[in-house]
Design a protein around this ligand. Sequence first.
Ligand SMILES: [Zn+2]
Length: 165
Amino acid sequence: MNIAEIKAAVDAGLAVHWANEGYLVHKDDLGQYLITYKSGGSTIGLTDKRGEKLNGDGAEFFISRPDLGIAIHCSACGSEDVMRDCWATWNAELQLWEAADLQDHAWCNACEGGTKLAQRSVRDYGEAAGRGSSGVSYGALSAKAERWRAARVETVNTQSGDRSG
Ligand SMILES: [Zn+2]
């Protein structure tokens, strides 16, 4: 990124970092663009005094990923492999069961038992982002949820079949 790109990104409210996410580029009340290291709190200017040269390699500046929303996890073990009960209603137009009326009862596949759910921001990546754990968990969760929903629908169909037969 060059000076103009970095300033534009900061002005747009994006999180711009240098080298790693520990260094954040921001604008102070005086309109100065600064690089601050979050742990030590030490700050240097984004550029030299004349504003012509970046205090760092332009290639090392980057924008952290956009907010990915929240992740739901088990409050007991932290696993994201969790499910919730819900009622389903038949959508005749789409010819499928639709999830409706989410229930409070939650289940953790890791604990293999009922649990209380909690949520955390996915924006909190840092090291986690490098492992891509959030993406994997999301995929696994949705796949399981699909199977679970399919199993539920099958049960309902069997029951109605029993009645007609
Ligand atoms: Zn759990």
